[in-house]
Design a protein around this ligand. Sequence first.
Ligand code: PHE
Length: 335
Amino acid sequence: MLDRLREIGEAAREAFSSATDEKSLEDARVAYLGRKSELNRISRGLKDLDPEERRRVGRATNDLKKELAALCEEARERMAEGARRTGALDLTLPGRVPWVGRRHVLIRTLERLEEIFRTLGFEVALGPHIEDDFHNFDALNIPPDHPARDMHDTFFVEGGRLLRTHTSPVQIRVMQSRRPPIRIIAPGRVYRNEASDASHSSEFYQLEGLYVDRNVRVGELKGVLTKFLHELYGQDVGVRFRAGFFPFTEPSTEVDLQCRVCRGRGCPVCKGTGWVELLGAGMVDPRVFEAVGYDPDVYTGYAFGLGVDRISMMMTGTDDIRLFLENDLRFLDQV
Ligand code: PHE
């Protein structure tokens, strides 16, 4: 029995010292130290030996097991050290973080806006991206020769139709299909046939708002928009209302936010002015009510349209609107 143990020892030492990779080392471990190894079988058979024999073989078996376990461990370390030296395994490398996808920053912005306006009592309405002249222009008091059409450089499609240049046509569609009171927002993509730069893109998102009822006043418009901007950016943001002009609202206002990219110091996004125009708004022009068959002597209302991309830019400190559409994951992963 002791001779057999010596033979096993020799073969095992040879196997552990010549193991060159994880696989051969594991094979040697299973063969000489595993549950089905001869050494283990001898251990299990010890109880059948007479006491004197049992003591001698038992000690030799245990010694051999310990020695082989140590050899096995040594071989494992030798391999790890070799791998470190050849650079195959660099333990100083940071771990790999699995990349997890998420919704686009513009969609997340839209969801945030919808959430705020829902708490203010607005419901979501949608309209088509391919519009007709009536809904995009005429009904909004922009007749064919109106100079405002120049500001909406339009993509025309077949059949005299066009890609909507703003979300205001959704106002018309909603008013045509229901009676007041109406309190809706209409988020969506709009299109302008114009050159792009850091703050302009030929495709961008707007969010329209419309409230129509009896006795709606200017103060409510100002209150809702101020409340909205404070919810979004905090109570201390700079907001200013300037007199503006839109054919479909009277009076009209443009609402600016102190630039969040440069904190008002001046940068390409705010064209050095420290302010970014976020919103157009005003009281619904009586001619718009006439176009949808509402009596302007009975109903009043306000409307607003905001640039969602600008809001995203201000929320994330992004200085180029084009980044939102380029789908560069290195950018999208950061915002
Ligand atoms: N539709 C206007 C635009 O795109 C914004 C606007 C909407 C202004 C509603 C006033 C009221 O410029």
